[in-house]
Design a protein around this ligand. Structure first.
Ligand SMILES: [Zn+2]
Ligand SMILES: [Zn+2]
Length: 142
């Protein structure tokens, strides 16, 4: 069991995954992730909705449709991004690894949307790079 929370602590949640392993993580450089997080990229991991439990803060959460069919939820008090949801993938909730309390076990698998990567950030390392989505929905490895 891994717990997570927003910066102010109003929103808390838990994720129950085998061996506390969160799964496959994609570093996403799309302009929406950059703006939503204020950083070069977002460390996103889709977990099955049945493994995710919101413990507190339902009233503090605001959902924002950043693109058609994609909801980004953030804490209205402190602004932390707490999850994302996609209409075309209702079985998963996308959490941001940085909101987890403990060191999360996750397997980085790809850099996504490198076509929108800011010039001031360099990607190092061996992971596959995709100019667009790395979810297997039209991404183009480069
Ligand atoms: Zn908060
Ligand atoms: Zn993104």
């Amino acid at each position: 069991m891994i717990n997570g929370q927003c910066l102010c602590g109003a929103v808390t949640f838990k994720v129950d995954m085998p061996d506390d392993h969160m799964g496959e993580t994609r570093y996403c450089y799309c302009s929406n992730c950059r703006r939503a997080n204020g950083t070069a990229f977002s460390a996103n991991v889709p977990v099955p909705v049945e493994n995710y439990t919101l413990l507190t803060g339902t009233d503090a959460i605001t959902e924002f449709e950043s693109s058609p069919g994609t909801q980004r939820a953030f804490c209205s008090k402190c602004g932390s991004p707490v999850y994302g949801k996609k209409v075309d993938d209702p079985g998963h909730i996308r959490i941001r690894l940085g909101t987890l309390d403990q060191d999360a076990k996750a397997t980085p698998v790809a850099h996504a949307w490198t076509s929108e990567k800011p010039a001031w950030h360099n990607i190092d390392g061996y992971l596959k790079r995709f100019k667009e989505s790395a979810d297997g929905t039209g991404g183009t490895p480069k």
